[in-house]
Design a protein around this ligand. Structure first.
Ligand SMILES: [Zn+2]
Length: 480
């Protein structure tokens, strides 16, 4: 058993010493993803896809419950459409992949492979929306998009990635902003309640907003290497796209007006965030609510193989009602090998059952988060497992919250900010006057970028660059 454990550990570098190598090794070894023959693209393997699928299912239920419907728009965007909103095309142009030929024939107009779908959805809205009676339109699609990235990393930055993109149209500005915030709250619940990743929630400063939008709401998480990661965004697009694409409606007052639109998304990048946030030197570690397998049962047959296997099967059957359960009854691996393998794959709970347990009508419960093994009676095992899953979920969130709090500090001077970015990193709270020049000065001197202005912001004090009164509180961090 000792040799099994050593073999596993040897293939995963230390998380604290070689974070980047550790991350890639865990993604590959836990079979979440693999490199593909296409530069910059990755293959999402079944175990990685199961994580995405669980996020998808959870989100889609909330989207439906809040009145959204799903549609599908084409992969290709005619060049002329992409160019209609000037700031938008400027923002995405460097990353667009173009289709120039159909077979051997050169196309009359190049087609962009969608980097996002505003430019293909808005022309359809122009056709579908005529009157206030047609509003709101609350629509989303699940698809992949392509952004030609130069440097790529599994899940975190790939040329093609999976996401959903919501695109809504409203009669008033207030309604569109409320939509952005509804979605933001759904994302916050996904991050904090399901993935156990605490986030800072708020608005992006103008320099970081979506190209073509008025403002962007964001959720920012802190990874163990103390770099921030943008976990999701919800964009208030104002009337910019509506004006560019001629999406107008006849209002109740009989006046024709451009609609107000929003767009929002989270991507497979969340799978990468999940790996980084909770994993350790033994591999992946998954919060129960997102884990594809929540409980694995490992029989330890000894000399009573049939008896133990029958008890293990009965146990799996019982637990199906309360958990996603897997019985590992493979003969070709030892129990010790299985323990290590399932720990590496991040399964939150393990139940071991041997001849003595069968005789005593019990099993042994082991948590991926550590702590002593516990004996649980088969009678009432459903409740014991459900309770342990809740506790493990809470443990992951509490750890993340403690880490976030520990690595969020306030500074009042540029020197203190520079030192914080050099020594501790993490999120650093600053006061800002709102002047772009002051933001640029901070970026240049620290290498950090402004991540988020809190939703409930009450600016106070003086701008740490120029000393003028602050108009916003901004959290800075180095970021992915
Ligand atoms: Zn200033």
């Amino acid at each position: 058993m000792a040799t099994d454990a050593q073999a596993f550990v040897k293939e995963i570098p230390s998380k604290s010493e070689q974070f980047s190598e550790w991350y890639t090794a865990v993604c590959l070894k836990a079979e979440l993803a693999d490199y593909s023959p296409v530069r910059g693209c990755m293959v999402v393997r079944p175990y990685g896809y199961a994580l995405w699928e669980n996020m998808q299912r959870w989100l889609d239920d909330r989207f439906k419950a809040t009145g959204h419907v799903t549609a599908y728009f084409p992969l290709f965007v005619p060049e002329a459409f992409l160019k209609k909103e000037a700031e938008h095309v400027e923002g995405f142009a460097p990353q667009v992949a173009w289709v120039t030929h159909g077979g051997d024939e050169k196309l009359a107009e190049r087609l962009a492979v969608r980097p996002t779908s505003e430019a293909i959805i808005m022309p359809m809205y122009a056709r579908w929306i005529q009157s206030y009676r047609d509003l709101p339109v609350l629509l989303l699609q699940w698809c992949s998009v392509v952004r030609w990235e130069k440097a790529t990393r599994l899940f975190l930055r790939t040329a093609e990635f999976l996401w959903h993109e919501g695109h809504t149209a409203h009669a008033t500005s207030e309604e569109a902003d409320a939509e952005c915030r509804t979605i933001l709250e759904i994302y916050r619940q996904l991050l904090e309640d399901v993935l156990a990743i605490p986030v800072l929630v708020g608005k992006k400063p103008p320099s970081e907003k979506f190209a073509g939008g008025d403002w962007t709401y964001t959720l920012e998480a802190l990874m163990p290497d103390r770099q921030a990661i943008q976990a999701g965004t919800s964009h208030f697009l104002g009337q910019n796209f509506a004006k560019a694409f001629g999406v107008k409606f006849l209002d109740r007052d009989n006046v024709e007006k451009p609609v107000w639109t929003t767009s929002w998304a989270v991507t497979t990048r969340l799978v990468g965030s999940l790996v980084m946030a909770h994993g350790d030197d033994r591999g992946l570690a998954l919060p129960p609510r997102i884990a594809p397998i929540q409980v694995v049962i490992v029989p330890i047959p000894g000399k009573e193989r049939e008896k133990v296997l029958a008890a293990a099967r009965a146990l799996a059957e019982r637990l199906k009602a309360v958990a996603r359960v897997r019985l590992d009854d493979r003969d070709e691996y030892t129990p010790g090998w299985k323990f290590n393998d399932w720990e590496m794959r991040g399964v939150p709970l393990r139940l071991e059952i041997g001849p003595r347990d069968v005789a005593a009508n019990q099993a042994v419960l082991v948590r991926r988060t550590g702590g002593p093994k516990a004996t649980v009676a088969i009678e009432g095992v459903e409740q014991a497992v459900a309770r342990a899953l809740d506790e493990v979920q809470g443990e992951y969130y509490a750890r993340g919250k403690a880490f976030l709090d520990e690595h969020t500090l306030s500074v009042a001077t540029m020197e203190a900010l520079e030192e914080a970015m050099r020594e501790r990193r993490g999120f650093v709270r600053t006061n800002w006057c709102g002047d772009q020049a002051c933001e640029d000065a901070i970026r240049a001197r620290t290498g950090a970028s402004p991540r988020v202005i809190p939703l409930d912001d009450r600016p106070q004090g003086a701008c740490l660059v120029c000393g003028r009164p602050s108009t916003a509180t901004v959290y800075y961090a180095r970021a992915y």
